[in-house]
Design a protein around this ligand. Structure first.
Ligand SMILES: Cc1ncc(COP(=O)(O)O)c(C=O)c1O
Length: 398
């Protein structure tokens, strides 16, 4: 088409579609924001829609930039394919619903899951009569009994649980699941692909909130579900129909953040151990939970499973185990943010009873060990001495 024959309005619209000229392979995946893709022939477009040819058709079906992140996540997790969602919760909801709940499949789930995951599962129990039972997944007898009680589709757990930091023995859970004909879905957000690859230990589905360590800069939300090519097809069906696909700009930022994942996580693990050891000696602290401490109930599992790293999150309980004491601690922090997330560059402290575990009834929260003076620190990459000084200053005010 000769553009000089077109009207000014048409020329503007078409010009804005053109791509920059010039060759050379970019070192960074291009950010392709396009929602739709043009095909030279309808037959070709038909083949892509039909899945006979690879390609892109529309934003919810896949975009080149999100696909670059999906390939990276599949590679990091050592799985056939990964699918990215707008948040970690969207990834969890899509995966567990598609693989179990929507087919009437039973789920055995860890009792001390991230509070919102547990709240979602409890909502499915109430609203959809979903058959979900909660157990202590570090108690393998209890898991076995729950799996034996009824045919189960999915065993669901977190690698390092939020916020109690119980560590699951993934190989053992995978064996138990397999022996009872179930799949193992593992949320590996706190462990990250730097600590281990759950799929190599038998997990059939690996979930991450990309919002946390993978992006690591506190400016993107996202989630991923990794596993077999068949699982990826089921997840793609979810992004197309439910629409929670990760848009390209977020994917591009997550890829950029991910490049320093190993550096950040190793540093955060080192500092977290320093923080945990420091807290164990502090007179205002009653208990410290960190898988790197020898007294942690799953220290041996964590050492074997994570190759000497123990994660960047430390939880502790104030000796004054009350809400006012926890509030005084939070209000006195100067360096660390009092914020409800983990895995960022900066140190962040969370008080689960008012945030992540707010929906859990107080008695159940306390039964699990999330008492009124319970706090969780996500250790950042600041200088360890500055983090310790900030914590000590805040503890002085308690
Ligand atoms: C272990 C775990 N899984 C999943 C999520 C949900 O991720 P998102 O906030 O990206 O939806 C969180 C959020 O804190 C989490 O801690």
């Amino acid at each position: 088409m000769d553009r000089r024959e077109l009207g000014a309005g048409t020329r503007v619209v078409r010009a804005a579609r053109s791509l920059p000229p010039g060759g050379g392979q970019p070192l960074v995946p291009p950010l392709v924001q396009s929602v739709a893709f043009d095909y030279g022939s309808a037959a070709e477009q038909d083949a892509v829609f039909g899945g006979e040819r690879s390609g892109y058709v529309y934003g919810r079906y896949g975009t080149p930039t999100t696909a670059a992140l999906e390939s990276a996540m599949a590679e990091l997790d050592g799985v056939e394919a990964a699918t990215c969602f707008v948040t970690g919760m969207a990834a969890i909801a899509a995966a567990v619903d598609a693989c179990a709940i929507s087919r009437g499949g039973r789920v055995v789930a860890q009792e001390d899951l991230y509070g919102q995951t547990r709240a979602l599962f409890e909502r499915w129990q109430r609203e959809r009569a979903a058959d979900i039972v909660f157990v202590d997944t570090t108690d393998h007898k209890a898991v076995e009994e729950a799996l034996r009680a009824k045919p189960t589709t999915l065993l669901y757990a977190e690698a390092i649980a939020n916020p109690l930091l119980r560590v699951n023995d993934v190989a053992a859970l995978a064996r138990l699941a397999k022996a009872h004909g179930a799949s193992l879905a593992l949320d590996a957000t706190f462990a990250t692909p730097v600590l281990f690859r759950p799929a190599a230990l038998g997990a059939t589905m690996v979930i991450h909130s990309l919002t946390k360590y993978v992006n690591g800069h506190g400016d993107v939300m996202g989630g991923s579900v990794g596993g077999s090519a068949e699982l990826a097809r089921a997840m793609r069906d979810r992004t197309i129909l439910d629409g929670a696909y990760l848009p390209p700009h977020e994917a591009w930022l997550a890829i950029r953040g991910m490049r320093t994942l190993a550096l950040r996580v190793r540093r955060q693990c080192e500092t977290a151990l320093i923080v945990a050891l420091h807290l164990t000696k502090h007179p205002k602290v009653a208990r410290v939970r960190y898988p790197g401490l020898e007294g942690h109930p799953q220290h041996e599992v964590a050492t074997r499973q994570f190759g000497g790293l123990f994660g960047g999150v430390v939880s502790f309980v104030l000796r004054d185990d009350t809400k006012p004491a926890a509030f005084r601690f939070l209000d006195a922090l100067e360096l660390a943010a009092s914020a409800t997330t983990i895995g960022d560059l900066f140190t962040e402290v969370l008080y689960p009873p008012i945030s992540s575990h707010r929906r859990l009834p107080a008695e159940e929260r306390k039964r699990l060990g999330i008492t009124d003076g319970f706090l969780r620190i996500s250790v950042g990459i600041e200088d360890p001495n500055d983090i310790l000084a900030d914590i000590d200053r805040a503890l002085d005010r308690v």
